[in-house]
Design a protein around this ligand. Structure first.
Ligand SMILES: Cc1cc2nc3c(=O)[nH]c(=O)nc-3n(C[C@H](O)[C@H](O)[C@H](O)COP(=O)(O)O)c2cc1C
Length: 173
């Protein structure tokens, strides 16, 4: 039985209720990388979605205050690395105080032929050409056309829900 039913009205209350409601939206954790002006950038994200298979495309949402926003706004291509369950330390580093190159201090980072930084033992890496963007409220929305994919098995991604990291355990049925 539900114990805590909230009906919110007005933008501030709705935002608070939305934030609370989103705590039950389990997401796979990714680290988005890009390179711009000779500098590498990386950022932990969960606001990432598949968009289209024709052409194969992904969508990412990046806060305007994030260090990744400016390079992406200037058209930098990007790579979406889906983290494996054991990579919570990389997620913490890429969302913490360290910026720029310091975010590559842990993890098996490599350079692709296309020039993207990617995590060799990530669950999967999607190499994207930055083809379109828009802003809405606090965030930029960037669309990447996927040029190459690296995909590892077995599937065991890092999951974020209710402010905590975990992994997926399948139920019955
Ligand atoms: C699990 C998790 C998911 C996140 N998802 C996003 C996201 O989708 N978009 C975003 O802009 N920031 C997201 N963040 C916050 C950024 O990783 C964090 O603010 C980062 O430090 C960006 O700012 P900076 O590069 O200027 O430090 C997330 C953080 C965590 C821990």
């Amino acid at each position: 039985m539900p114990t805590d039913i909230i009906t919110a009205h007005g933008p501030a209350l709705v935002a608070a209720a939305l934030r609370k409601g989103l705590r039950s939206l389990a997401k796979a954790v990714v680290v988005i990388t890009c390179q711009h002006g000779g500098q590498r950038h990386a950022m932990t994200a969960t606001a990432v979605s598949e968009l289209s298979m024709d052409p194969p495309s992904m969508l990412i949402c990046v806060n305007k205050t994030a260090s990744l926003f400016e390079p992406l706004s200037q058209g930098a291509d990007f790579c979406i690395n889906i983290l494996a369950a054991h990579q919570a330390d990389i997620s913490a580093l890429c969302s913490g105080k360290e910026k720029g190159e310091a975010r590559f201090a842990i993890g098996d980072w490599r350079q692709s032929a296309l020039g993207h930084a990617y995590l060799a033992d990530a669950q999967a890496s999607f190499f994207c050409r930055n083809v379109a963007n828009m802003t809405h409220g606090t965030h930029g929305v960037f669309i990447g056309e996927v040029l190459e994919v690296i995909d590892l098995s077995p599937i065991n991604p890092l999951v974020y829900m209710d402010g905590r990291y975990g992994s997926f355990v399948s139920g019955q049925g």
